[in-house]
Design a protein around this ligand. Structure first.
Ligand code: ADP
Length: 422
């Protein structure tokens, strides 16, 4: 009995083992087939994306899968295209900005430099990448600027690099920096000129004001009792007041000329007539000083505003008479050369030291300040002359004559060929 039961159990276990074995075989085959068919489908889709005819051999499910992948890919491609277009548009905008831009990474090395920045820094854009900020600007002060930007978020400073560059550094969330670089050379120069100008005007006014005040005090404190002294003080006070009025008038004139708001009344003018009119105006002063004032004949015509040109030439003649010692001579003449007419004032005075020649047309520039002030000069005469010449499309020249004395000229374009028979 026990033997029969054991035999039955053996037979049953054998059948279970056989069934389990078959089942495992079938499962293995199904898994293999699925894996194979997936791989085949993916291969077919990949091939089909390159060559759609390859998909025709596949079943409907393969084609469906390919279509789904294709549509996802199309969207990705379109997104990529849009992002690329946006990127190149932004790059174009950044390049079109009139400011130099430099991006630095957290190591303070250049990631990217736009065209204006490369031009301002005098570097090649390709070589700028990965260059340290200090090497890029060739100034170690950049590190100090970046330290401040790191602390405060933003910092600004001027750097001398031939001209003056203003650099604004801004900290970025990435730990790097964006630098905005601008050439401010002209602005800084204009600011310096403005500062000098204000200082000069204050100085020019302070001196006569102080002397008027001193004389008024002296009169109040008893000088009035002495008629001779009182008359002398009053005459000096009037002189100082006249000097201040001249200065204020010259300043107003100069600023109007510089601003280009002076309206010129254009007409054809005979150059020699202009010189004669100016000579007539200064004849008395020249005679008082014992200086001969001569106009040399010469034929040339210019186009311009008579009053303004007489004013410009008047300043040349005023100086020539002022700086020429008694017994000397001032010659006014016309020269026509290469379509240009030079209206010249030559004198036999001390001339202008060569180192001062390039600057005598600047506002308040004086080769000999004490002499100029003693002569009552405002230091603005030649600056006014220069601006009148410029307003006429001309220029000014200052030189010394080979035999001594100064030679100053207003050079204008000749009108209608320059000459006219009389
Ligand atoms: P200022 O009122 O001082 O004369 P200007 O602008 O007319 O001012 O002239 C500028 C400077 O140029 C003068 O201070 C003087 O030093 C110099 N200068 C001008 N003309 C002559 C000249 N003919 N001879 C010598 N120096 C001159």
């Amino acid at each position: 009995m026990a033997g029969a039961a054991a035999a039955w159990a053996w037979a049953a276990a054998d059948r279970w083992a056989a069934a389990f074995g078959w089942l495992a075989c079938v499962a293995f085959l199904v898994a293999g087939w699925r894996e194979w068919s997936w791989r085949r489908a993916v291969r077919a889709v990949a091939q089909g994306l390159r060559d759609p005819r390859a998909l025709e051999r596949e079943g409907a499910s393969g084609r469906e899968l390919a279509a789904a992948v294709e549509s996802v890919l199309r969207e990705v491609r379109e997104d990529l295209q849009r992002a690329r277009a946006r990127g190149s548009h932004l790059r174009e905008l950044v390049e079109a900005l009139p400011w130099g831009l430099v991006e630095l990474d957290h190591r303070r090395r250049a990631v990217w430099v736009n065209r204006p920045a490369a031009a301002l820094l005098g570097v090649q854009r390709e070589q700028a990448a990965d260059t340290s900020a200090v090497a890029l600007f060739r100034r170690h002060e950049v590190d100090e600027l970046l330290d401040r930007a790191e602390r405060a978020g933003e910092a600004v400073r001027d750097l001398e690099l031939g001209g003056v560059l203003q650099v604004v550094a801004r900290r970025l969330a990435s730990g790097g920096f964006l630098l905005l670089v601008q050439d401010v050379t002209q602005d800084r120069r204009a600011e310096a000129v403005r500062r000098d100008f204000v200082a000069n005007v204050s100085h020019e006014l302070r001196t006569p004001l102080a002397s008027v005040r001193a004389m008024a005090e002296a009169l109040r404190d008893g000088a009035l009792e002495d008629p001779q002294l009182a008359a002398r003080f009053l005459a000096q006070m009037l002189q100082e007041v006249d000097r201040m009025s001249r200065l204020v008038n010259d300043l107003l004139d100069l600023s109007a000329l510089e601003a280009g708001v002076v309206r010129l009344r254009w007409e054809d003018l005979e150059a020699e007539e202009l010189l004669e009119a100016v000579a007539r105006r200064y004849a008395a002063a020249a005679e008082r000083k014992g200086v001969a004032l001569v106009v040399q004949p010469g034929k040339a015509r210019v186009r311009g505003d008579r009053d303004r040109l007489e004013q410009a030439l008047g300043n040349l003649v005023d100086n020539a008479v002022k700086y020429t010692p008694s017994g000397g001579q001032v010659v006014l003449k016309v020269e026509l050369r290469d379509g240009e007419v030079s209206l010249v004032a030559e004198d036999t005075g001390p001339g202008i030291p060569p180192e001062h020649l390039p600057r005598v047309f600047e506002r308040f520039y004086r080769a000999d300040p004490s002499r100029s002030r003693a002569e009552g000069g405002t230091g603005l005469g030649l600056a006014i002359t220069k601006h009148i010449a410029l307003a006429h499309g001309g220029r000014v020249e200052a030189a010394n004559r080979p035999t001594g004395g100064a030679r100053l000229a207003v050079v204008l374009p000749a009108a209608g060929g320059g000459t006219r028979e009389r």
